[in-house]
Ligand binder design. Structure first.
Ligand SMILES: Nc1nc2c(ncn2[C@@H]2O[C@H](COP(=O)(O)OP(=O)(O)OP(=O)(O)O)[C@@H](O)[C@H]2O)c(=O)[nH]1
Ligand SMILES: [Mg+2]
Length: 684
């Protein structure tokens, strides 16, 4: 294939993924600089990169969303999707992945990040996306690359295949040998590496490493195996073909090395992408999209711009999408495209219609959602992928500082959740709290910063209330009497109630046992309403559950009795009775399922025990080598910030899901504290 002119595979879409802080945003910068999309390579530390341009990303010096940038290399367009590495923003990456042709997994030689690498590789393996590993920060390497590979291999199902080896001089890596090309390069800062003669010790190391590479390739190619056995040097083209094919088949993951901050190894990476990644035709096939004239596009992400309304980043998988194209999602009309944009981070440029393979911004698709498949044919195209966000793990109660901002807050949340479906918002009618659920502390922090910065809503944050209840342990018979004589009409209601505890989770039962019409029939529903009123706030301050109340007796007055009077009487009866019924606090207990790398299981068990957890089981996690799953029953109050401890015990990769199980009695000091806190809050 000639190295000039457009490649028949057309525009590519490539994801940059990998563990937290491995250098993805820096690599994007290097790729853009090397392809002259930008004049100077910015740095994350100085806050001058194309990626991470949002205020929140700059502030925290980490990616909090996908950055999309299109550039041109040797006649072809490449759109890079720089994905956040933090597990808290993983939904951004997961939603971006389905429609890419390949991924560059940026990683470093750090054993603490192997589990994170495994999580990323799994997503790619499951989606059958070809991938390169870019072993970055090789300027800081203090061990042999081959040792690093051994360290990283357990994270990958595909064989990691070293394609480049470093050239060491005085314990520093000064360049590399490309084993497929059999050529040596010396790094130069911010300019392409220089080809140097391959000789001496480097040559013998190259021979050995190349042989290992070929042997791995030959595992899946009998012809190559024969050539190796017979000592026939395989033609270079064959080696390249094998590399590309075995990578696409998911058998190998080639490993390239470099230094993103200095643009080292970046040109070779671009060339590997050019020669070895397929274009949209293969990707469309993988996704079940038939080529043709009917437009089909996958929405990588959507966001609300400050001035221009909604913008959706989409990859066109078939047909052509231009200004005025009306696109449909499987559920509704997504909108009519108004403006097709080329994106280089936050810099946008109007352009003509987008062809199959291109990744562009589409303006004004008001109803498009992240992860949706849009189409414009006679029949709506089925979704090419469905990416459900992971269940949220951390909650925060929020209110507008100023009550008059309530409506604004509601609208802002609608937009935030539209952009980021891994965030969810619930209204707790009992406590009147707005509770935001997210993927971790930083995720929630960024969400609240966006509320302030982008939507101008100042907010207050609180720990969300736990769903405590109370119940009674003793039965009682209690009279409830309401009598008021004021001027003309008086008020009179009189009831006798039998109150008794019910088994756990039985809820509430009301029964009437009136004989002889001592309480007229038509007032009985009001008595029940009054009883329910009285149970809303028990003597400990919480809703009362698991009680049965029977109306057994009472009296009425022909003139002064009314619905309201009997309702009040019912309430008085309950309110006076409950404190004498030995009230007790109930706390919600959930079943929690924690997943973690096996080496962290002991720590997780300790965390659970420390949080009043009752461990039910631990097993190996099915389909996840080197991972365990621990199940436990745990009080809701202890789950609140559990994720923070779980993450710190598992280098960020542990996670959990939980489900309500039952309510359990809570007594003693802990219960006293909860009741006292409730009283203090009520007195405020
Ligand atoms: N020494 C060295 N440092 C690097 C290299 N590449 C990136 N860094 C530094 O690593 C840190 C993280 O870089 P980023 O580019 O933000 O990493 P990232 O993978 O995009 O981070 P997240 O998106 O937050 O996961 C920054 O301080 C970079 O300057 C490299 O090749 N060598
Ligand atoms: Mg980044």
């Amino acid at each position: 294939m000639a190295d000039n002119g457009a490649n028949p595979r057309g525009p590519r879409c490539i994801a940059l993924v990998g563990p937290f802080q491995s250098g993805k945003t820096t690599l994007l910068e290097a790729l853009l600089a090397r392809t002259n999309a930008i004049q100077r390579q910015g740095t994350v530390d100085a806050g001058t990169t194309v990626g991470d341009a949002s205020k929140e990303a700059r502030h925290h010096k980490m990616s909090v969303e996908v950055t999309v940038a299109t550039t041109r290399f040797m006649g072809d367009d490449y759109t890079f999707l720089d994905c956040p590495g933090s597990v808290e923003f993983v939904h951004e990456m997961r939603a971006a992945l389905p429609a890419v042709d390949a991924a560059v997994v940026v990683c470093e030689a750090d054993e603490r990040k192997v589990s994170q690498l495994q999580l990323v590789l799994r997503e790619l393996e499951d989606l059958k996306i070809p991938r390169f590993l870019f072993l970055n920060k090789i300027d800081k390497a203090d061990r042999r690359v081959r040792e690093t590979l051994k360290l990283l291999q357990p994270a990958s199902r595909a064989r990691l295949l070293l394609r480049q080896i470093p050239i060491w001089k005085n314990e520093i890596i000064t360049g590399f040998v490309d084993l497929a090309l059999e050529r040596a390069f010396v790094y130069r800062e911010h300019v392409p590496s220089e080809v140097v003669p391959l000789d001496g010790e480097d040559l013998s190391r190259e021979k050995e490493a190349r042989f290992t590479m070929l042997e791995t390739l030959a595992d899946h190619d009998d012809e190559l195996m024969e050539q190796l056995l017979e000592d026939i040097p395989p033609p270079r083209d064959k080696v390249f073909d094998d590399l590309a094919k075995e990578q696409r088949d998911g058998l190998i993951c080639p490993v390239l090395i470099g230094v993103a901050t200095r643009t080292n190894g970046v040109l070779r990476l671009l060339k590997a992408l050019r020669h070895e990644t397929h274009g949209v035709a293969e990707t469309a096939k993988r996704l079940g999209v038939k080529s043709g004239n009917d437009p089909v596009a996958y929405v990588i992400k959507t966001f609300h711009t400050a001035h221009g309304g909604k913008l959706s980043v989409a990859r066109v998988l078939a047909g052509q999408v231009g200004d005025g194209t009306t696109l449909n999602s499987p559920s509704q009309e997504a909108g009519r495209v108004s403006g097709v944009l080329k994106l280089v981070g936050q810099v946008t440029e109007k352009r003509g219609p987008a062809m199959a393979g291109e990744t562009v911004g589409l303006g004004k698709l008001d109803h498009a959602k992240t992860g949706e498949t849009l189409s414009a044919g006679k029949k709506v195209h089925p979704p090419v992928a469905e990416v459900a966000p992971f269940a949220p793990v951390l909650a925060l109660a929020i209110s507008a500082k100023d009550r008059k901002d309530d409506v604004k807050l509601g609208l802002a949340f609608t937009k935030l959740v539209d952009e980021d479906p891994s965030l969810s918002v619930h209204h707790n009618p009992e406590t009147h709290e707005i509770v935001v659920w997210g993927q971790g502390e930083m995720h929630l922090r960024v969400a609240t910063e966006r509320l302030a910065d982008r939507f101008g809503v100042a907010i207050e944050r609180r720990t969300p209330s736990v769903g405590y209840r109370e119940t009674i342990r003793k039965s009682i018979t209690q009279r409830g009497r309401h009598k008021k004589q004021s001027g003309g009409h008086g008020q009179f209601g009189d009831v006798v109630l039998d109150i008794k505890p019910l088994p756990r989770s039985a809820g509430f039962a009301f029964e009437e046992k009136i004989t002889g019409g001592v309480v007229p029939r038509n007032y009985i529903p009001s008595v029940e309403e009054g009883v329910i009123d009285g149970l809303k706030h028990g003597p400990l301050g919480f809703p009362v559950v698991d009680v049965a109340v029977a109306l057994t007796d009472g009296s009425y007055h022909a003139v002064d009795s009314s619905d309201m009077a009997f309702r009040i009487a019912g309430r008085i009866g309950v309110v006076e009775a409950l404190p004498q019924c030995s009230p007790v606090l109930l706390e919600p207990i959930h079943t929690v399922e924690i997943v973690c790398p096996s080496e962290a299981t002991a720590k997780i068990n300790a965390i659970l025990s420390g949080r009043r957890g009752q461990i039910l089981s631990f097993d190996t996690r099915e389909g996840w080598e080197g991972w365990d799953v621990v199940r436990a029953k745990m009080p809701e109050s202890e789950i609140g910030d559990l994720i923070i401890e779980v993450r710190s015990a598992t280098a960020g990769v542990g996670s959990f899901t939980f489900k309500f199980d039952h309510m359990a009695e809570l007594t003693g000091k802990q219960a006293d504290q909860i009741v006292a806190a409730r009283r203090a809050a009520a007195a405020e």
